[in-house]
Design a protein around this ligand. Structure first.
Ligand SMILES: Nc1nc2c(c(=O)[nH]1)N[C@H]1C(S)=C(S)[C@@H](COP(=O)(O)O)O[C@H]1N2
Ligand SMILES: [Mo]
Length: 202
């Protein structure tokens, strides 16, 4: 095989580029469902992947070696509650986006954390319709699973690069992309549950 640079004439190159574009648009038109990761959010809200998953989906979630920060109960694969320490939770992959934080900071911040859709996929909660989420202070709110497919709902583990203490609404906090979508505050603000401790899959 020759290592010389291609000397394709520019006309041919333009035609090739056009062909490639057509092929690409056909691919995205008919292949988007099979190409997209399971339960990934369908949204125009941009978010950045800052660390890809290092826990293979479908593999057993290792038992916590540090403090448990999240317990997922209810309709999960195997039927037994799945517990996560912070290190394991963050192995599901980290994404981030900036959003106005009305509750805690009162300004625009960057939340980084795990997509709730990735948590559901990891515990095998594919048949779920609703999530009964409970906080350390016993506040509870139901989140429709459809939200996790429509929006990049985050289980945030840091704000502006810092861990969140319990006093600072942590260590795990649900975040919605309120800025990137027109989400009715009356409906969605109560779903911004802070000090999240348990997700019961229903
Ligand atoms: N842990 C916890 N999260 C919570 C709440 C709460 O009491 N405890 N209140 C919810 C409600 S009802 C709303 S509207 C938003 C914003 O609460 P705030 O307006 O009192 O700051 O946070 C939600 N998250
Ligand atoms: Mo509220």
């Amino acid at each position: 095989m020759s290592l010389r640079p291609s000397r394709t004439p520019s006309v041919a190159r333009t035609a090739l580029a056009a062909l490639a574009l057509v092929a690409l648009s056909m691919l995205s038109a008919c292949g988007s469902d099979s190409a997209a990761p399971v339960a990934s959010p369908r949204t125009t809200m941009p978010y950045a992947v800052v660390q890809p998953a290092s826990l293979v989906r479908g593999a057993a979630v290792p038992a916590p070696t540090g403090p448990t920060v999240l317990t997922v109960t209810g309709k999960v694969a195997g039927g037994k509650p799945v517990t996560f320490d912070m290190a394991t939770l963050e192995k599901l992959g980290l994404v981030e986006y900036s959003v106005m934080d009305k509750q805690a900071e009162g300004r625009r911040v960057t939340f980084r954390g795990v997509l709730l859709s990735d948590v559901l996929a990891t515990v095998g909660a594919s048949s779920a319709t609703s999530l009964h989420t409970v906080a350390l202070n016993d506040y509870a709110v139901d989140i429709p699973v459809s939200d996790t497919r429509t929006y990049p709902v985050l289980l945030a583990t840091t704000v502006d690069g810092k861990r969140m203490s319990v006093e600072k609404y942590g260590p795990v906090r649900v975040v919605y992309p309120t800025d990137g979508a027109t989400l009715d505050p009356a409906v969605y603000d109560p779903r911004w549950i802070w000090q999240l401790t348990t997700v019961e899959v229903r």
